[in-house]
Design a protein around this ligand. Structure first.
Ligand SMILES: NC(=O)c1ccc[n+]([C@@H]2O[C@H](COP(=O)([O-])OP(=O)(O)OC[C@H]3O[C@@H](n4cnc5c(N)ncnc54)[C@H](OP(=O)(O)O)[C@@H]3O)[C@@H](O)[C@H]2O)c1
Length: 212
């Protein structure tokens, strides 16, 4: 499987990249971003997102889209430009009958696109637009709390502080509330499995992710 990865420098993306490099089903990963992952591996190639339009990506089988920002302190327009516009720009260019597109959204997303919570509306609109594109498969991952494993850290200061404070609690929380807590490792493994074999439904909540 040839994999495209967006957001490979982030907390979720680093976890997904780790699992891709470990899994023999993944032959190659092309990480596309505005900064380098800092990793060296025989299976890993990198490209700058500025060059995206010029890349020949017809041979790729799956896109793991882990690029995203926290809405904290952002206007709806700015949040929508990164969350909806960037994601759909990429997705529309990749759409093909051989491509599986997996988007990292979040728990509590608003599929009606009309609720009161700005981030949930925008993510809901993004999910709906992706699911309407004629991919081989389009899947939405909606994690709630994510335990970063293997030394992985968030690029978002707010999340980094929160996860540092709650680090000792997360394994306990995960045991007590398995429906609400997943890990960077489980997300990565689930993405590879869904890209390889599909999933029974298009929107996967934490408990679905944890079943893989
Ligand atoms: N962390 C959580 O607990 C959690 C829970 C539920 C859902 N999610 C969702 O998961 C997704 C990823 O979150 P994360 O925790 O991995 O975030 P993160 O650690 O802050 O990483 C964000 C990633 O997106 C990239 N990015 C952000 N803005 C960009 C832009 N304008 N152009 C190019 N790349 C950009 C960053 O690249 P740079 O390295 O270049 O900045 C980085 O690779 C988000 O959509 C988030 O809502 C996260």
């Amino acid at each position: 499987m040839l994999v495209l990865l967006f957001g490979g420098t982030g907390m979720v993306g680093q976890g997904v990249l780790r699992e891709c490099l470990l899994d023999p089903r993944v032959e190659k990963v092309l990480s596309i971003g505005r900064s380098a992952t800092g990793r060296q591996h025989a299976k890993l190639e990198e490209a700058n997102i500025r060059d995206f339009d010029a890349l020949d990506l017809a041979a790729y089988d799956a896109c793991f889209f882990c690029l995203g920002v926290s809405a904290a302190g952002m206007s709806e327009d700015s949040y929508r430009r990164v969350t909806y516009d960037m994601t759909l720009d990429v997705a529309r260019k990749l759409v093909s009958p051989r491509m599986t597109f997996i988007y990292v959204s979040g728990a509590g997303t608003d599929s009606t696109e009309r609720g009161r919570t700005m981030w949930a509306r925008v993510k809901g609109a993004t999910e709906n637009a992706l699911l309407a594109l004629p991919f081989k498969g389009a899947y939405i991952f909606r994690p709630a709390v994510i335990q970063p494993l293997h030394g992985i850290k968030s690029r978002t200061t707010l999340y980094r502080v929160l996860y540092t404070i709650t680090r000792p609690l997360l394994p306990l929380l995960k045991r007590a509330f398995p429906r609400f807590v997943t890990t960077t490792e489980q997300i990565g493994r689930a993405m590879i499995e869904v890209a390889a074999n599909g999933a029974p439904k298009a929107i996967l909540e934490t408990e679905d992710i944890n079943r893989f």
